[in-house]
Design a protein. Structure first.
Length: 438
């Protein structure tokens, strides 16, 4: 999912428990219908550098849809800080949009509420079939043994963005391929008076994305094979400590970034303050902040050793945005047409170009427009070295409690408090205690 958000917080567990018995959706009639065939409400997630930019991107496409179908789409762009709680409230109240964006990591959690339309074979047929989408994107649409709760809209992957001039000034000829190389390069960069690596230490979703990747690189998972939380095993603890140590011990992440939660690390990079940035599909964001594409390079996220791949060589989570429909929408036919429109080859090219993301639709992804060097890194990562976050019902709660634990550890590091194996394990144990009992 898009990482410019501050993570949604609140009583996620209680909300999900209540939502599991709710029907949810765009009307209070208790089930889907076509009793309002000329209108739809669409909640779009904030993908651009601002909500105003999103409206500028989306409104012409919605006008195009209205001209084609006669259906007016009422748009609301919802900030990431509000989106999950807004969705959960809608599932319990039965008052929500017809169509909405969800972070793909939430798919299984929201699927468990029973409020979203399942994408079975019949529903996929309405939008051209399941096999139009790439497999990696479909892997983050819900639990493996159930029909997807949503369809992929935008695909993203993490990459390492680096400032070419700062690297040249520091005598660095190529981007780091391992974390040890990144730390060593950081010392050269600091010697030239620049910051090394941007991070969003107070953004719990950014934290969980990176903690997940570091855990994969340590051969660890946050859940056991039967779906139980396992946050305090030695490999997870080592992984989280290595990530936080980029600030606490290695001094690569500036201490001020412990308070960053809303795109500040991207702005620092765009302004030339920071040499490197770990981000999802950042090109459009950087361009909107005045940074020329020629001034930075894009490389795979570092690994422990060797080159990115599967297992311990994983260097990104499968990031992205999915498109969901509330089951009791007042316009089932219009909602299906709208999903078909947004996932059409033509619209996929327009929207993913605007957001510098990768189309999850095969035909659009293969278009020459997405064959730039930057996209080559992202496409290669998604195909070869990205893993989906756990598709379990408690995933959104997992993001909140573990992401908050990492946030607290960054706060300790910024305040000069020791980040030890014991303190990391204690924070993760506290997070595990907050998970629903099995």
């Amino acid at each position: 999912m898009r990482s410019i958000r501050a993570a949604a917080v609140g009583a996620v567990t209680m909300s999900l428990a209540l939502a599991a018995t709710a029907c949810g959706g765009g009307s209070s009639t208790g089930g889907g219908s076509d009793d309002s065939p000329k209108t739809l409400t669409y909640w779009a997630s904030n993908q651009g550098a601002s909500i105003a930019i999103d409206k500028k991107v989306l409104q012409p496409e919605l006008d195009k849809f209205r001209k084609q179908t006669g259906v007016k789409v009422n748009l609301e762009v919802v900030p990431w800080s509000d989106l999950l709680n807004r969705i959960l409230t809608a599932t319990t109240s039965g008052q929500g949009p017809d169509v909405l964006n969800i972070g793909n990591t939430w798919s299984a959690s929201l699927q468990a509420t029973g409020a979203l339309l399942p994408w079975n074979a019949a529903n996929f047929a309405k939008i051209g079939g399941r096999d139009r989408f790439v497999d990696s994107a479909l892997g983050s649409t819900g639990a493996q043994d159930k029909d997807p709760a949503a369809v992929p809209l935008y695909s993203m992957a993490y990459a390492l963005y680096y400032n070419k001039q700062i690297f040249a000034d520091a005598g660095i000829s190529q981007p780091p391929a391992t974390w040890a190389e990144l730390v060593a390069d950081g010392k050269k960069i600091q010697a030239k008076g620049k910051q090394v690596l941007g991070a969003e230490g107070a953004n719990v979703s950014e934290n969980i994305h990176h903690a997940f990747v570091f855990a994969k690189q340590h051969g660890a998972d946050f859940f056991t094979a039967d779906g139980k939380p396992d946050f305090t095993n030695d490999a997870v603890v080592a992984a989280v400590k290595q990530y936080v140590d980029l600030m606490a011990k290695d001094k690569a992440i500036p201490v001020g970034n412990a308070e960053y939660a809303q795109n500040q690390s991207v702005s620092d990079f765009a302004k030339g303050k920071t040499a490197m940035l770990l981000w999802q599909s950042a090109s459009a964001n950087l361009k909107s902040q005045g940074m020329s594409e020629s001034s930075y390079g894009i490389a795979p996220v570092p690994v422990q050793s060797g080159t990115p791949g599967t297992g311990a060589q994983t260097d990104s989570m499968v990031a992205g945005i999915n498109l969901a429909v509330f089951k009791n929408t007042h316009n089932l036919d219009g909602a299906a047409k709208f999903v078909k429109f947004l996932t059409s080859d033509a619209e996929q090219k327009i929207l993913n170009t605007a957001y510098s993301s990768i189309p999850p639709v095969k035909a659009a992804q293969s278009d020459a427009a997405f064959n730039s060097p930057a996209n080559a890194v992202l496409k290669d990562t998604l195909a070869k070295s990205a893993a989906a976050l756990p598709q379990v019902a408690d995933e959104s709660q997992f993001e909140t409690v573990v992401g908050t634990a990492v946030k607290d550890l960054f706060a300790d590091a910024a305040a000069g408090r020791a980040v030890t194996t014991a303190s990391v394990k204690a924070k993760l144990d506290k997070a595990q205690q907050q998970m629903p009992a099995k």
